[in-house]
Design a protein around this ligand. Structure first.
Ligand SMILES: Cc1ncc(COP(=O)(O)O)c(C=O)c1O
Ligand SMILES: N[C@@H](CCCC[NH3+])C(=O)O
Length: 421
């Protein structure tokens, strides 16, 4: 967000550093590709929310953005709840010391196993995405002899004006229950013996740069809350999801404080008893991480120059998947005098395997590059495509680098595979 300071800064000697540690030194010591996160940035991002979000309002960090245990641990220490989308994410939150009661469970296709696991752990709330799911939760809770706290995810049908693959609040999207069906769905939920309706939620998309779609969605949700109150279905909380955008290139995201304050003002005016919840992912972790990669080769032809680097779409898929822009900068001042237009591409056998096209870079083989703002949806979307071990992850805290995930070993990649007898 606009008020967030950069954690990765250029020192007087030309080195890009985090907390005074040059990234080049870290890359040489731990190898590349290497994800490096800044605890100071994470903490600052958290505080940018927390400052304007007094209790009892709550923040449930969207685990999918970056689910490393140490990141979850730090956020739990800062006071975060968690928004999860799988039993795996729930297990991670618990392993990191998170409180099950502060967990909300989103996701369109929760399995019997996952619902059972979540009820047994005592999670705070299911964000239910369909009536079929509601029936399943009710039946499992009946078997377990408990009552499941539920919120219904309503699709407010607002256009978040973001990339079509990460817009989620339109009628055409697979998420949530249509606003037209919302009242009837709540009436049905309230009639079930083993669920307790505690809230309503929505999530209109990701990387949203204007506050208007959020406030538009909030007003629609508040109208629904008012209608439900008239029908004697009082709600305790309204969860407006995540989606707050960050600056990757020239975008100008809205001021976070403005959104948080205007949202609270709306609620205070119309439904003062409601607790508000948000599920930020990217806005907490996006700018707190970089992916460091080394240039293996330069390949020049008459009209093209490729920097072939050791990180690929399997390490950071966002450019390939969404044509997303990430700044790519040298980690240290290059001895190459001439900046040229370079396509920064990975080793994966796909034409779509690129990190950045036509970048102005002074670069030579052996140089390290930092792919910026890679803290969200970076490592969590990484794969082993082309039998490439996933990168190591470091968290720098108070000037010290901690390995928070070891680089994968090749043997780990096929340890569960079996040759035929
Ligand atoms: C239900 C839900 N909540 C929260 C998030 C987090 O979104 P963001 O990282 O854009 O804040 C997502 C992902 O878009 C989501 O689907
Ligand atoms: N993975 C997407 C965000 C989608 C979030 C999923 N609800 C990204 O990298 O931008």
């Amino acid at each position: 967000m606009s008020e967030q300071e950069a954690a990765f800064t250029r020192q007087a000697d030309g080195q890009l550093a985090v907390d005074g540690l040059p990234l080049k030194t870290l890359a040489e010591r731990y190898g590349t590709p290497l994800y490096i996160y800044s605890d100071a940035a994470l903490t600052r991002n958290w505080q940018a929310f927390a400052r304007h979000w007094p209790a009892p309002h709550r923040l449930c960090y969207a685990v999918k953005a970056n689910s490393n245990l140490a990141i979850l641990q730090r956020l739990a220490q800062l006071g975060a709840g968690f928004d999860i989308v799988s039993g795996g994410e729930l297990a991670r939150v618990l392993a990191a010391g998170g409180d099950a009661a502060q967990v909300v469970f989103s996701g369109v296709a929760k399995s019997v196993t996952e619902i059972t696991q979540a009820l047994t752990a005592g999670i705070g709330c299911f964000n239910v995405e369909s009536l079929a799911e509601l029936d399943r939760i009710n039946a499992i809770a009946a078997d377990l002899g408990c009552i499941a706290p539920v919120s219904l995810r309503i699709n407010p049908d607002v256009d978040a004006q973001t990339h079509p693959y990460i817009a989620t609040g339109l009628k055409a999207n697979k998420f949530g229950i249509a606003m037209d069906d919302a009242v009837a769905s709540f009436v049905y939920a309230a009639s079930l013996a083993h669920v307790k309706v505690v809230g309503a939620d929505c999530h209109i998309g990701s990387q949203i740069l204007s506050v208007d779609p959020f406030l538009d969605a909030a007003q629609r949700m508040l109208d629904l809350v008012a209608e439900l109150a008239r029908r004697d279905i009082p709600l305790q909380h309204l969860d407006m999801g995540g989606g707050m955008g960050i600056q990757y290139q020239q975008e100008a995201p809205f001021a976070l404080a403005e959104y948080l304050q205007r949202l609270q003002a709306l609620v205070k005016e119309q439904q003062p008893h409601l607790t508000l919840m948000l599920e930020p992912g990217r806005a907490l972790v996006g700018n707190s991480g970089v992916l460091v990669t080394q240039v293996e080769y330069l390949k020049r032809s008459a009209d093209k120059c490729f920097a072939l680097v050791d990180a690929g779409m399997n390490d950071l898929v966002r450019p390939a998947l969404y044509q997303a822009w990430h700044d790519i900068v040298p980690v240290h001042a290059s001895t190459e005098p001439q900046a040229t237009l370079v396509d920064v591409v990975g080793p994966v056998c796909e034409t779509g395997d690129f990190l950045g096209h036509a970048r102005h870079l002074a670069v030579k083989a052996g140089d390290y590059l930092a792919v910026m703002n890679a803290g969200a949806y970076g490592f969590t979307m990484a794969s082993n495509y082309n039998t490439r071990p996933r990168a190591a992850e470091l968290l720098v805290r108070a000037g010290q680098a901690h390995v928070i995930r070891e680089r994968e070993e090749l043997q780990q990649l096929w340890k569960d595979e079996r040759l035929l007898p």
